[in-house]
Design a protein around this ligand. Structure first.
Ligand code: HEM
Length: 325
């Protein structure tokens, strides 16, 4: 899934970065860089909590962070140079083809490189990991697959793939996505906030300057908010108005307020459309002899929360052969 997500953003069909002469040559290498960055974002660095130990870098994390920072920087420079070159080459006939092109048209300041990196890092694993969690949940509960494919067959039919226009007519598919985001929020503690003034929330006095973490992972499992929260039940969203757009505080997979995910619209569509096509196009099952409850749902906590163990599945086509060409 992350390969698909990266191919959409950066790589061509052969897995090479565009103009494969830059500091990153292969998709595999770039994926390693992404994994390393995600992991290092979530680690507990002793030096952050016991400052006098910081200079020793006992766990080696700071060294690794510096190394990955330099490699990412070199890669982003390469992406920007490549885009600038096409802009120069095309002159008046230049047409923006991707997000970097658009950003270069609207912004030209020193934060641009960091912003491009934010978009690549923030937008890649979040979508792919969410789809992977959704497929994992479906594998554990085959009745969900049956209901989803019944809806897809009815709305889309078996002679074509799902398109963006179909999404509005797939309430059960959308409910699977919401339920996945409730149980597996990609950023369980959102981005940290600091209070700008003294404030009282729900009877608690929070002084100005307090670091505040919003635990959406726990909110998603709060029995006061959700019936049988430990169960994966997409049906709970059918017929409700609860949405993921930052207004319903019991479900905040994209956060809320001014620091809410700026890519939520794109991310949501990407997850809905990928999942819809994966369920429509393939029958999913676990390897022989493995039962749903045997599938590990252990998580790795990093910048995003991904599966600890890779998902091993058996897939079979559901649609006419010519659609897979
Ligand atoms: C399923 C997909 C996605 C999920 C679940 C997700 C989730 C999140 C969350 C929870 C935050 C923190 C929000 C907060 O603290 O209030 C965030 C921030 C961010 N996201 Fe996403 N995201 C997704 C897709 C994307 C995409 C596609 C992009 C860009 C193309 C993107 C770019 C960003 C950026 C740049 C930030 C930092 C914003 C800031 O700090 O001001 N995300 N995302």
């Amino acid at each position: 899934m992350s390969t698909l997500s990266l191919n959409v953003r950066l790589f061509d069909d052969t897995g090479n970065a565009p103009a494969a002469e830059g500091p990153v040559l292969s998709l595999a290498e770039f994926k390693w860089m992404m994994d390393e960055m995600m992991l290092l974002n979530g680690v507990l660095n002793v030096g952050d909590w016991i400052p006098w130990l910081g200079c020793l870098d006992l766990q080696g994390y700071v060294r690794r962070m510096k190394r990955i920072g330099e490699r990412f920087s070199a890669f982003i420079d390469h992406v920007i140079d490549e885009h600038a070159e096409r802009r120069r080459r095309d002159g008046d006939s230049f047409v923006a083809r991707d997000m970097v092109d658009v950003l270069m048209q609207v912004a030209d300041d020193p934060t641009f490189e960091a912003f491009t990196q934010d978009l690549i890092v923030g937008g890649t694993e979040s979508s792919s990991a969410t789809v992977e969690w959704a497929i994992s949940e479906v594998l554990r509960k085959p009745s969900i697959f049956a209901t989803a494919t019944e809806e897809l067959d009815h709305v889309v039919g078996r002679r074509r793939w799902v398109t963006e226009e179909d999404l509005a007519n797939l309430p059960y598919l959308n409910a699977i996505v919401k339920e996945t985001m409730r149980v597996h929020p990609i950023a369980p503690l959102l981005t940290p906030r600091v209070t700008r003034e003294d404030v009282a929330v729900a009877g608690y006095d929070i002084p100005k300057g307090t670091l505040v973490l919003i635990n959406v992972w726990t909110i998603g499992r709060d029995p006061a908010q959700w019936e049988k929260p430990e169960e994966f039940t997409p049906e709970r969203f059918i017929g409700t108005e609860i949405d993921v757009k930052g207004q319903d505080f019991e479900l905040l997979p994209f956060g809320s307020g001014r620091r809410m995910c700026p890519g939520y619209n794109l991310g949501l569509k990407e997850v809905q459309l990928s999942l819809a096509n994966l369920l429509h196009g393939f029958t999913w099952s676990l390897p022989e002899g493995m039962a749903g409850q045997d599938l590990s749902m252990d998580e790795v906590f990093g910048l995003s929360t991904t599966r600890k163990f890779p998902l091993e599945v058996v897939v079979q086509p559901r649609l006419p052969t010519e659609l897979y060409a």
